[in-house]
Design a protein around this ligand. Structure first.
Ligand code: NAD
Length: 727
């Protein structure tokens, strides 16, 4: 297999083409890097070669380093990682110095990068080592360094080069936030040099006329000063102190990559370039050896992609949706209509009045108008998307729909009625899905004449923003319905998990105990500020009290009442209800009423806690230890995830982890609840659970599965990893 090939033309330009066989996108492997190294050696040594252009044989340049390779490098230990990274540094430095005389800086061969499209991660780090970067006029292309999003940072010189090129402040959004830009924006930010119609032709022309001075990078020239100042320069000092505070404020210390990145930048800024590369490699190794980066790469990249590609899809012919009927044009139905139409699917959007159906359609108009005002869409695109949505009250319009998504009121009677009405019209082989959040799928399926074609497709709100879709199999749901749901989710570009039918399915089942634990603590007199900060310091995006304000307190009341009715005397959450019922009685229903656990101003902006909290539930004189609060909040969610696995609701821990991060923001640094419990180790996790159970009640008792694993010294990924079935 050859990833890189080289052709030398009559003018003396060597064109190196990156084209990894069998893949739609180039990714760099260590073998690929060795091939590139050999070609560069050949071209630099060949007197007939005057310059080199590095490009791609695909429509994009490259998606980055092969993250599976990164995961593999770790197996060899820290020294192997460091050596692997230094090999890349030597290759890129060789390209940058291009054979020039070290003293006179003359006699090097110009090397340019020609990017036809997207260039991410090492796909930008490699071009940054060349002498000039040409990108095609391709507004769809994305250029940037997204490593931080999976818990690492650019470690093939991208960090050191970008900071020296743009200054710490200029490089910050690209390094710390993983900001991606289209070619035009990448050029104005200084990431690349030229945007042209034909980048290979332009790069070729450039290498043929480049002068010696064009090849010398600012940091290799005499008198180089870092833009914006180095750490001990007065301006630089402000930047570095500010950046450190900002990163800590945002990550609260739980993301090792952000901190390591800053250290690499700060320490690297004070030493010569080659030493800075070594420092970057050391910090990169440090991050790669941290279990958090392993867990993040596993859940947020490898497993997320596997699920999107249908890791758990039953064998069935292509089930792509052509025409979807959506019943109920309320908040959820309107959102589902929008994402479907955006994916090119025809939509029939039904409600009980024409006005309500139109209102549902106008939600799409609003989102598209907003996108146009941000220059993310056009009037033509808007017209095209809206033309796909038919808003009506007429069930006959559902004829020809191959999928129905029902999103009417959460009432079994209403749902049964619309199921029957739709099934009277739709084709015999159409699949019927319900978006219910609380009603058992198997019960709702009783209204259907074809229960094997009946399934749950549970979206999260707001539909256009939330990345996860939970697919729920009822008792009689057949494999084709699952395949249909998965193909639909792939069309609308979201990530699916497939679970079995049980109260609250998976995501809500785990998030409710988290919220409840926070509310319980308020009743116990724990400081609300302490509760919220403890959650955020564990990496939860929202504290439990803010979360319940967002999802609404009356929804909590409704769920509590229904759960109590279903469970009878076994119902365990009386202490929680006492708090939320009191808030609801006072009309404090959360953000939507601008009053909940928090106060809000007239514009709906969250202010401090409601002063009434302190008088209703006074703070205790002695406050608990931070770790104890964090354990309560994290175990409330994680033990529920283990129970879902134990009971067979979850069939694959990969879905449990990916679903937790995308569905409710479970501490992404941990890779998800199973990843987190593996970091603790089963014996320690079971021990903490038992001591919490002793102090706070049986809801924390370690599930038998965790106990067994503790006894056998097993981990979740060891026992259930990569699709191994539970049970
Ligand atoms: P909503 O009240 O905003 O919308 C329901 C819509 O259904 C209304 O427009 C109503 O007019 C329409 N409707 C009612 N009876 C109808 C009938 N017989 N025929 C046609 N239309 C009818 O509710 P929502 O928040 O969009 O929730 C809809 C469903 O999605 C519920 O089952 C809910 O549990 C579920 N869900 C909601 C959320 C959420 O966060 N709101 C999340 C996931 C799932």
């Amino acid at each position: 297999m050859t990833d890189f090939t080289m052709q030398k033309d009559a003018d003396g330009v060597a064109i190196v083409t990156w084209d990894v066989p069998g893949k739609s996108m180039n990714v760099l492997s260590l073998d690929g890097a060795a091939e590139l190294n050999a070609l560069i050696d050949d071209a630099l040594a060949d007197e007939a070669v005057k310059g080199i252009v590095i490009t791609s044989g695909k429509k994009d340049f490259a998606a980055g380093m092969d993250l599976n390779v990164i995961a593999g490098m770790r197996q060899g230990g820290a020294q192997a990682v460091f050596d692997g990274v230094m090999t890349l540094h030597h290759l890129l430095r060789k390209i940058e110095l291009a054979g020039m005389d070290p003293k006179t800086k003359k006699g090097g061969k110009p090397i340019a990068a020609a990017l036809p499209g997207t260039a991410l991660g090492i796909g930008l780090e490699l071009p940054l080592a060349t002498h000039r970067i040409f990108a095609a006029e391709n507004p769809k292309a994305k250029i940037g360094l997204p490593e931080i999003m999976v818990g690492i940072f650019p470690g093939a010189g991208g960090t050191t080069r970008l900071v020296r090129k743009l200054g710490a402040m200029g490089a910050a959004p690209f390094l710390l936030e993983g900001k991606l830009s289209d070619p035009a924006r990448a050029k104005s930010a200084g990431l690349i040099d030229e945007v042209v119609a034909d980048p290979v032709a332009a790069a070729r022309e450039w290498v043929l006329k480049a002068a010696d001075a064009d090849l010398v990078k600012p940091w290799d020239a005499k008198g180089y000063k870092m833009p914006g100042g180095e750490p001990y320069h007065p301006a630089g000092f402000m930047t570095f102190v500010g950046a450190s505070a900002m990163v800590h404020g945002k990550t609260l210390g739980v993301y090792p990559a952000a901190k390591a990145l800053l250290s690499a930048v700060y320490e690297g800024a004070m030493v010569p370039f080659d030493t800075a590369l070594k420092i970057e490699a050391r910090w990169f190794t440090h991050v790669l050896m941290n279990p958090s980066s392993t867990a993040m790469i596993r859940s947020l990249f490898i497993n997320k992609e596997a699920l999107e590609k249908g890791a758990n899809r039953p064998e069935a012919p292509d089930q792509s949706v052509r025409k979807v009927g959506i019943l109920g044009a309320g908040m959820m139905g309107a959102g589902i209509a929008y994402v479907s139409a955006m994916a090119g699917i025809k939509v029939v959007l039904i409600d009980s009045t024409q006005e309500a159906a139109e209102r549902g359609k106008s939600y799409s108009t609003g989102l598209l108008d907003k996108a146009i005002s941000r220059r993310k869409s056009t009037e033509e695109k808007k017209a095209e998307v809206l033309s796909r949505i038919t808003a009506t009250t007429d069930y006959a319009a559902l004829a020809g729909c191959d999928l129905i998504v029902e999103a009417v009121f959460e009432d079994p009677k209403v749902k049964a009625e619309v199921t029957k009405r739709a099934e009277a019209v739709i084709p015999q082989d159409a699949i019927f899905a319900t978006n219910t959040s609380t009603l058992p799928i198997s019960e709702l399926a009783k209204a259907s004449a074809r229960p094997d074609q009946f399934i749950g497709i549970h979206f999260f709100s707001p539909v256009d923003k939330m990345l996860l879709v939970e697919i729920i199999k009822g008792r009689e749901t057949g494999p084709r319905a699952v395949a249909k749901a998965l193909d639909f989710v792939r069309q609308i570009r979201k990530t699916p998990i497939v679970v079995n039918d049980a109260r609250f399915f998976y995501a809500n089942r785990c998030i409710i105990p988290y919220i409840n634990e926070g509310i319980r603590m308020v009743a116990e007199g724990v400081s609300p500020t302490l509760i919220e900060n403890a959650a955020k310091m564990m990496g939860m995006p929202l504290g439990p009290l803010q979360l319940v304000d967002e999802t609404s307190i009356d929804l909590g009341v409704k769920i509590a009442k229904a759960t109590k009715a279903a469970m009878g005397d076994a119902y365990p959450d009386g202490a929680v209800d006492a708090v939320i019922f009191k808030l609801a009685d006072q009309g404090r229903l959360g953000r939507k009423t601008k009053a909940g656990f928090y106060d809000y101003d007239d514009a709906g902006k969250r202010q401090g806690f409601w002063s009434g909290l302190a008088s209703e539930w006074p703070e205790a004189d002695t406050q608990p230890d931070l770790t104890e609060i964090q354990h309560r909040l994290m175990f409330a969610q994680s033990l529920e995830a283990v129970r879902a696995l134990e009971e067979g609701v979850l069939e694959d821990i990969r879905e449990g982890d990916v679903g937790a991060i995308l569905g409710w923001g479970f501490a992404p640094w941990s890779g998800g609840p199973f990843g987190w419990l593996d970091m603790l180790g089963a014996p320690r996790a079971a021990g903490i659970a038992d001591s919490l159970a002793e102090k706070f009640g049986p809801r924390f008792a370690a599930p038998q599965l965790l106990r067994d694993m503790a006894a056998k010294g097993e981990s979740f990924y060891g026992r259930f990893g990569a699709g191994k079935q539970a049970a």
